[in-house]
Design a binder for this molecule. Structure first.
Ligand code: NAD
Ligand SMILES: CC(C)CCC[C@@H](C)[C@H]1CC[C@H]2C3=C(CC[C@]12C)[C@@]1(C)CC[C@H](O)[C@@](C)(C(=O)O)[C@@H]1CC3
Length: 343
């Protein structure tokens, strides 16, 4: 019987490696001596020693070419949550992830690390120190979350010691840091439009914001601890900064750091949420005619006005996780990295 020659455990592929998290992950993997192949629909940078493969993860043949000689795959690709395109989310996050699993199994990949999201358990109501055993959201707040739930289920169910294919899911929350295309740019855009004067709710809600290097650290630890006899097989792990902060204090620190005023006036949560729902409904109905993207979506308002912070004790226990960059330093580094967004 022909025996398959196993590729080195340091040969990996990063699907979605051109994105914000993906690129930070690629850079750290290279520093740690991994040989890295990036698979993404777009190539946005170059790193010596990293090979780039442009393709859609829904295309199994394209994936197979890249995965045939790697033992470890990180899957951190997703359409942007802002696109709100249900068909695209299902095609890429659910069907595409099934294709990734099939391609991994056919190519003989041994480990798959998925970037999921802590929002898979978020329904718009308070979560305080949430653990991984919270049930998946029954009524996910948007299409992105709906498909992140299905994606995580598909990946964790595929974990099989018999097939020599192990999977684990990392659930980060509110990733921020240099080059993030979402959090700081949207925040500054909102401030420039004069809409960041208001605090939604009483302003005391605690939230996790997680520095990108800590998220990267969690992914690599997960990959290195994922073994047939380890507790990680087929499980999900919260990775946070382990320093919940008031949502509005975080926003204020970033805004003030960039020279903008901190929000001051309070608006009732229920009122803003109601308006956001109405706007979402109207823009959805108008979508065939015009594509309007409201700043205040129901998801953003829910995130801004509720508690949502998560325990990462499972990651600490099973993989020795500890954040490597504290929040104060993380905010300072992030603010310094956006000189072009200063007032
Ligand atoms: N940013 C956050 O706050 C956050 C929080 C929790 C989880 N996540 C998850 O982390 C992952 C990375 O997020 P990010 O913020 O870096 O997003 P990003 O948009 O910067 O990166 C996603 C990458 O996926 C690629 N991609 C999209 N569709 C693809 C396809 N069909 N085939 C191949 N590549 C494709 C994009 O080109 C992009 O480079 C996502 O899975 C996201 O759901 C993000
Ligand atoms: C207008 C608003 C009141 C203030 C603007 C800030 C806003 C842009 C960010 C604050 C929290 C962020 C966030 C995500 C996107 C950007 C924010 C809404 C997130 C929805 C991106 C996808 C992730 O998977 C996420 C759901 C997660 O679990 O981390 C994010 C949650 C936080």
């Amino acid at each position: 019987m022909a025996t398959r020659i196993r590729p080195s455990s340091k040969r990996c592929a990063v699907i979605g490696g051109s994105g914000f998290l993906g690129r930070h992950l690629v850079e750290r993997l290279v520093e740690k001596g991994y040989s890295v192949a990036v698979f993404d629909i777009a190539q946005r940078y170059e790193v010596p020693g990293v090979t780039f493969h442009q393709g859609d993860l829904c295309d199994k043949q394209a994936l197979l070419k890249v995965l045939k000689d790697v033992s470890l795959v990180f899957h951190c690709a997703s359409p942007s949550p802002a696109c709100d395109d249900r068909n695209l989310f299902w095609k890429v996050n659910v069907e595409g992830t099934r294709t990734v699993i099939q391609a991994c199994q056919e190519a003989g990949v041994q480990k798959l690390v998925l970037t999921s999201s802590a929002s898979v358990v978020f329904e718009g109501t308070d979560i305080k120190n949430g653990k991984e055993d919270l049930p998946y959201a029954k009524r996910p707040i948007d299409y992105y979350t709906e498909t992140k739930i299905q994606q995580e289920k598909v990946v964790l169910e595929a974990c099989s010691k018999e097939k020599d294919f192990l999977t684990v899911a990392i659930r980060p929350h509110g990733i921020f840091g240099p080059r993030d295309p979402q959090l700081v740019p949207i925040l500054v855009d909102t401030a420039r439009k004069g809409k960041m004067k208001f605090i939604i709710g009483d302003g005391t809600n605690l939230v996790d914001f997680t520095y990108v290097e800590n998220v990267v650290h969690g992914h690599i630890l997960a990959a290195e601890h994922l073994k047939p006899d380890s507790p990680l097989c087929g499980k999900a792990y919260h990775i946070t900064n382990d320093e919940p902060i008031r949502f509005w204090d975080f926003m204020s620190q970033v805004l003030v750091g960039l020279g903008y005023d901190a929000p001051r006036y309070h608006l009732p949560y229920a009122l803003v949420y109601g308006i956001a729902m109405l706007l979402w409904l109207i823009t959805s109905l108008l979508r065939p005619l015009v594509n309007i993207k409201p700043t205040f979506t129901p998801m953003r308002v829910a995130l801004a006005g509720t508690h949502h912070y998560y325990s990462c004790s499972r990651a600490k226990q099973d993989m020795g996780y500890q954040p490597v960059v504290r929040l104060k330093e993380a905010i300072a580094r992030t603010v310094a990295s956006y000189p072009h967004l200063r007032r």
